[in-house]
Write a protein that binds this ligand. Structure first.
Ligand SMILES: Cc1ncc(COP(=O)(O)O)c(C=O)c1O
Length: 308
């Protein structure tokens, strides 16, 4: 909400946000913690929670590479909200992914919350759209607000159909349809991540994973080479091995703390049906080739700059 929605809550509803965990700044990027009970409690002590209507918890935290708030903290947050008459909302865009990080079923996982938002087009692979879940009177009122905000469409049928189809294919009947389950996707990511982070691997000289052990089917990769170098080397590897190891990669801005640590580009990795069918050893070989070329490049750059 704070990053991608053009301050809609402020501009349209006149609400303001208390961003946690730090005063005025959102904890983001490399090494940042997920929202914890103590972050909210610290604000409660200063009476900061006076007038707060809703605590929103994102599960998993997308900007943190899919880290999860520990279950115990969720339970404590629920109690704190209940005691203070604050609504507890879950941004569960990737709630199916989140289940794999807790020993909880989907109904158990959503139980502490008063309302939950679920995306149709992330793990479910639908066309677009989302669902808001909560008590009937809440959803009836939300429907009115949807209209007020101009979010109504004449028909939602295509989105409902593709969301429902994704739910059957990737959640409910994934096994019967020979699709990877959310848990299998996470497990593949964890296996590959382990090799990437191992000190013996050249990959760990070039790439750092956040979090080092993925908690769900998502991880952020921080890379030392620049965006241009990453794209160039990726194309070389693709030509050599016929494997494309990433497509959407972003430059790290100078004000990002990861820049200080020497990282220049990053991207988000999750396993889907297509890359999930690529054997682990092919992934590792392609990334090893990528990182070897990146190390040679950086040594060359150092030699050239020393010779100047
Ligand atoms: C965590 C999270 N919440 C909410 C959204 C918003 O999704 P939409 O408005 O398309 O339903 C996104 C989109 O990427 C997201 O990652």
């Amino acid at each position: 909400m704070l990053l991608h929605e053009q301050e809609g809550f402020q501009e349209l509803c006149g609400m303001s946000a208390v961003s946690l965990p730090t005063d005025g700044e959102i904890g983001m990027g490399l090494h940042a913690e997920p929202l914890l009970y103590r972050h909210v409690l610290a604000q409660a002590k200063d009476d900061y929670l006076e007038g707060v209507s809703t605590v929103i918890l994102e599960l998993p935290h997308r900007e943190l590479g899919g880290k999860l708030t520990p279950w115990q903290d969720i339970v404590q947050l629920q109690q704190l909200c209940k005691d203070r008459g604050i609504a507890f909302h879950c941004d569960g865009a990737r709630i199916f992914e989140a289940t794999t990080g807790y020993q909880q079923s989907l109904p158990e996982l959503v139980k502490p919350f008063d309302s939950v938002y679920v995306s149709f087009y992330k793990g479910l692979g639908g066309l677009s759209g989302a669902m808001l879940l909560g008590p009937k009177d809440f959803c009836d009122e939300a429907r009115i607000w949807l209209r007020r905000f101009g979010g109504n469409l004449y028909t939602l049928l295509p989105y409902a159909v593709s969301g429902s189809s994704g739910y059957q294919k990737y959640w409910k009947d994934a096994k019967q349809r020979n699709n990877l389950t959310f848990l299998e996707k996470k497990e593949k990511l964890v296996r590959v991540a382990k090799v990437f982070s191992s000190e013996e691997s050249i990959i760990s000289q070039v790439v750092t994973l956040e979090p080092p052990v993925p908690q769900v089917n998502m991880v952020h990769l921080y890379l030392r080479p620049s965006l241009e170098d990453c794209n160039r080397i990726r194309d070389q590897v693709q030509e050599q091995l016929g494997v494309s190891i990433f497509h959407r990669i972003r430059a790290i801005e100078e004000d990002d703390p990861a820049f200080e640590e020497g990282f220049r580009s990053k991207f988000e990795l999750s396993i889907g049906q297509a890359n999930g069918s690529v054997p682990d050893n092919v992934w590792i070989q392609a990334w090893t080739e990528f990182c070897k070329a990146a190390v040679v490049d950086s040594k060359l750059a150092t030699t050239l700059s020393e010779g100047e």
